[in-house]
Design a protein. Structure first.
Length: 232
C-alpha cells in the first residue's frame, strides 16, 4: 500500500539525517512520521497535535502502515509535553510562520546546537527567517517544494552562528539562492510580484508608515537584483 505523502513533506524528510529522533509537531494525518519510520530515516518519532481528531487519524494510519510501535502520540500545544531528551530533530510543517515562531519561543531548550529544526511555513516565511536569525538560529539549508500550483519553502536551522538578514534576504535567504532548485526562478518571480503589489499599495495609502514603505521598497529592490543576477 503506497503512502499518499505530499512533495512538501518529502522535502522536509530530505532535510533529516538518518537515525534521528523526531518530534513531528502538528502531525495531522501522520504521513511524515510514517514515512520517516518506513524509510529508516528516523529511529523514533513523537507525533504531536493540538487536536484529538487528527491525532486519532494519525494513530490509525500508523497501525495501517505497520509503524505504530515506533511512534508516540501526544496531544499538546507545540512541544509543551515533549521532553527535551526524547528528540534531537524538530519538524514543524504545514502551519503558518507565526505559529512556528510561537512554538519555538515557548521551547527555550531549543537554543542548543544539539537540536535540528526543519521548518515548512505556509505563510509569513519572511517573518520566520527574521525571527530565527535575530534569536541566534542559523539557517543551514533551504529549498523549494512544489505541490500542485503552490510553492513551499523548507528550511533547516540550528542554534548558533546566526547572521542577520536584510529585508530582501528575509524573503529569499542566501541559502535558498544557493539551493539550485529548479523552482527558484518561478519562486523569485512570485515574490517580486507580491512585493511590488505591496509597495504600490503602501505608496498610495495616506496612512502608510514611512518605515514600512522603506522596508518593503528595499526588499523589492533586493529581490529584483536577485532575479537579475540569477538570470531570470
Amino acid at each position: 500500500m503506497k503512502l499518499p505523502i505530499s512533495n512538501r513533506l518529502l522535502c522536509c524528510a530530505s532535510m533529516l539525517t538518518t537515525g534521528c529522533r523526531v518530534a513531528d509537531v502538528g502531525t495531522d494525518h501522520g504521513y511524515l512520521a510514517i514515512y520517516l519510520l518506513q524509510s529508516g530515516i528516523a529511529r523514533s518519532v513523537v507525533a504531536a497535535d493540538l487536536r484529538e481528531q487528527p491525532l486519532d487519524k494519525a494513530r490509525r494510519n500508523a497501525q495501517r502502515y505497520g509503524v505504530s510501535g515506533g511512534v508516540r502520540f501526544v496531544l499538546c500545544d507545540g512541544l509543551e509535553k515533549i521532553p527535551p531528551d526524547e528528540v534531537d530533530t524538530i519538524v514543524c510543517a504545514g502551519m503558518g510562520g507565526d505559529c512556528i515562531m510561537h512554538i519555538l519561543q515557548a521551547a527555550q531548550w531549543l537554543r542548543d546546537a544539539r537540536y535540528t529544526l526543519v521548518l515548512q511555513p505556509q505563510s509569513a516565511g519572511q517573518a520566520l527567517r527574521k525571527y530565527l536569525t535575530e534569536n541566534g538560529f542559523a539557517i543551514e539549508k533551504e529549498t523549494i517544494a512544489k505541490d500542485g500550483g503552490f510553492y513551499y519553502t523548507v528550511l533547516r536551522a540550528r542554534f548558533g552562528k546566526s547572521t542577520l538578514l536584510t529585508p530582501g534576504q528575509q524573503y529569499v535567504s542566501p541559502q535558498l539562492l544557493k539551493s539550485g532548485s529548479e523552482h527558484l526562478p518561478a519562486y523569485l518571480a512570485r515574490v517580486e510580484s507580491a512585493l511590488r503589489t505591496t509597495v504600490e499599495g503602501l505608496k498610495t495609502s495616506e496612512k502608510a508608515v514611512p518605515a514600512r514603505v522603506a522596508y518593503y521598497t528595499q526588499a523589492l529592490q533586493e529581490v529584483e537584483e536577485m532575479r537579475h543576477d540569477y538570470g531570470t
